[in-house]
Ligand binder design. Structure first.
Ligand SMILES: [Ca+2]
Ligand SMILES: [Ca+2]
Ligand SMILES: [Ca+2]
Length: 230
């Protein structure tokens, strides 16, 4: 995998891995099903959620039927209605048995747990999912930026990017990419900053991030491919 590939990876891995998780949850398939048949039951189930179906419809780009399907899948996999970090890590480790996915799963979990209460509820889940599946390029980039900005102060530092890169390498494991050198994550961070940090002040702002990504055909086309897959 070349430098270009790794940069692509930094943005796309978030999204692609998430599809894998959805398949694991058995959630992706029902989205395309137009008529579930048991809509009334599901509707009443969703109504018991404090958020309410209509509010979720307003917050996401899913239809009522899709929300019902998603809720059914979510409830089947998580009867408690909440996903904690341990469960999230467990799911990711199943996909990367040769690597260590715990750190990356931790960062991803935080990106979904918007209110930071340590649990992903159905609302957290569908709002994040809506951005990843149906969001505009700007919304998706905002989501990715938020993932990399670990302390959420509005800047991506080299230290933060290094942590993210290391976690991606850890997750992929040596067996998959045996040619990787120990300093590969640091080299990729340097490449990332050479491209993204346009004013050379040592941090990447959201504006810099968006501007660079939108000029990068690889990143943009990866998002297109993704949209067409769903
Ligand atoms: Ca939460
Ligand atoms: Ca930061
Ligand atoms: Ca900068």
């Amino acid at each position: 995998m070349g430098i270009q590939g790794m940069e692509l990876c930094a943005v796309a891995v978030v999204i692609l891995l998430f599809i894998a998780v959805l398949k694991q949850f058995g959630i992706l398939e029902p989205i395309s099903v137009e008529d579930g048949g048991d809509g009334d039951f599901e509707l009443s189930a969703v109504r018991h959620q404090p958020e309410g179906l209509e509010q979720l419809q307003a917050q996401t780009k899913f239809t009522k039927k899709e929300l019902q399907s998603l809720y059914r899948g979510f409830k089947t996999e998580c009867p408690s209605g909440l996903v904690d970090e341990e469960t999230f890590k467990l799911i990711y480790s199943q996909f990367f048995p040769q690597g260590d996915a715990t750190t990356y799963a931790h960062f991803l979990f935080n990106a979904f747990d918007v209110d930071g209460n340590g649990a992903i509820c159905f609302q957290d889940f569908v709002v994040g999912l809506s951005v990843l599946l149906r969001g505009t390029v700007h919304e998706k980039l905002n989501w990715a930026f938020n993932l990399y900005d670990i302390n959420k102060d509005g800047y991506i530092t080299k230290e933060e990017m290094l942590e993210i890169m290391k976690s991606i390498y850890d997750m992929m494991g040596r067996c998959t990419y045996p040619i990787l050198k120990d300093n590969a994550p640091a080299e990729h961070v340097e490449m990332f900053f050479q491209k993204m940090d346009r004013n050379r002040d040592g941090v990447v702002t959201f504006e810099e991030f968006v501007e660079t990504c939108q000029k990068d055909e690889n990143i943009m086309s990866s998002m297109q491919i993704f949209e067409n897959t769903i």
